[in-house]
Structure formats: C-alpha cells, structure tokens
Unconditional design. Structure first.
Length: 206
C-alpha cells in the first residue's frame, strides 16, 4: 500500500473528500466556470488548482482580490455552483490509491469523511463513486462553525466516533486540510506525495 498503516498504532481514519477520496477537481472547476459565465467572468485551471483546498468563501475572497472583482452575491452564486456541480457528477472518479485504504480498513476501525463541502454535494459525490457505504460518519461545512484550516471538522468527526484525536490518522490533499489536522492534534498523510489532479487530469470532459 502507498500509505503504511500499522495495526494498533491508530484507532480511526478520517478522509477528506474532494481531492483525497475522489477526483472532483474537474467538476468543481466546471461548476465555478458555469456560475461565473453569466456575469462575464471566468476561472482558469491554472488559478483554481493551487487553491482547491480552500472553502467556498475563502476561494471567492481570493478570486475577488486577485482579479479586482466587485463582491459577488454569494447566495445566488453558490446556488448556481451547486446546480452545475450536481449536473456534472459524471466527471467525478474515485482516487483508487486512497479509496483502497478505506476498503482495506472498513470493518476494522471506524472510518469518517470530513469535508469543507456542503452535505448535499458530499453525499452526492460519495454515492456517485459508490464509496458512501464505507463511511458511517460524515462531517461537512454544514456541521461546524469554521471550515479548514480550522480544526472543527476533524474534531467533530472524532467526537462523533468517540475517538481521541491523537489516535486518529487523517488523509488530506491540501495545505489547509493538513493544517486543520495538525491543529486537531491528529497525524496526517499528504496524498499529494503519490497523487495530484495536475498529474492525472487531462482537461474537462464534457
């Protein structure tokens, strides 16, 4: 296995969703592009990919600052993004090297997903990739006050699993997510050591 996990050295595993369990970068970028198009704006892959670990508000804050864009009406914008994302669910594929870890440890230790995404999208993503049955515990941005890099989602997942944070191992793909795990006092694997969308993506397939 790409991630050496020794039995007895941990009690639970928590996985980020987008970019860790599943390759959803194309779907997310496409949905953002679709939401921006009606107001004459665009988001390029070159700008998006280094920032894909940001939560929705942080991502838009960065976009508005970098491109001197007048503040977007967030509620309407997110509604367009979510509609486009659910319509592009066919673009999403599992990241096998990580999903195989969940399969290997399913039934042996508790498994959870902790994501900056909203619950509707996270659930739809896991169902579409047939990974949903592996996880009893799902924590999303809807369940906490602060998204990553705050530790809230990971601490909440540990609380629901009744696990001590220091006995949990996290799988992440972004600096923000790794910082979140660190602040939660959890050990973490950076999956970018073995996989990244920049190496595996070949452009939008619409």
């Amino acid at each position: 296995m790409a991630f050496p996990l020794e039995k007895g050295t941990f009690d639970a595993l928590i996985f980020d969703c987008d970019g860790t369990l599943v390759d959803s970068a194309e779907a997310h970028l496409y949905s953002l592009q679709q939401a921006l198009a009606p107001i004459g704006l665009n988001m390029t892959p070159e700008w998006y990919h280094p920032r894909h670990g940001l939560g929705p508000d942080d991502l838009l804050d960065a976009y508005e600052a970098d491109f001197k864009v007048e503040s977007l009406a967030r509620a309407d914008f997110y509604e367009r993004v979510n509609e486009a994302y659910l319509a592009s669910i066919h673009l999403i594929q599992e990241i096998k090297v990580v999903a195989d870890v969940a399969r290997q440890w399913f039934g042996k230790v508790p498994l959870a997903v902790a994501s900056n995404g909203i619950r509707k999208n996270v659930e739809a993503t896991l169902i579409a990739t047939r990974l949903r049955p592996l996880f009893y515990t799902i924590v999303t941005a809807d369940d906490v006050e602060h998204g990553k890099p705050a530790p809230d989602v990971y601490l909440e997942a540990a609380r629901r699993m009744r696990m001590k944070p220091e006995r949990v191992i996290v799988f992440e793909d972004s600096d923000e997510g790794l910082e979140s795990a660190r602040r939660a006092a959890m050990r973490a694997y950076d999956i970018r050591q073995v996989w990244s969308p920049m190496r595996h993506s070949h452009g939008l397939r619409l």
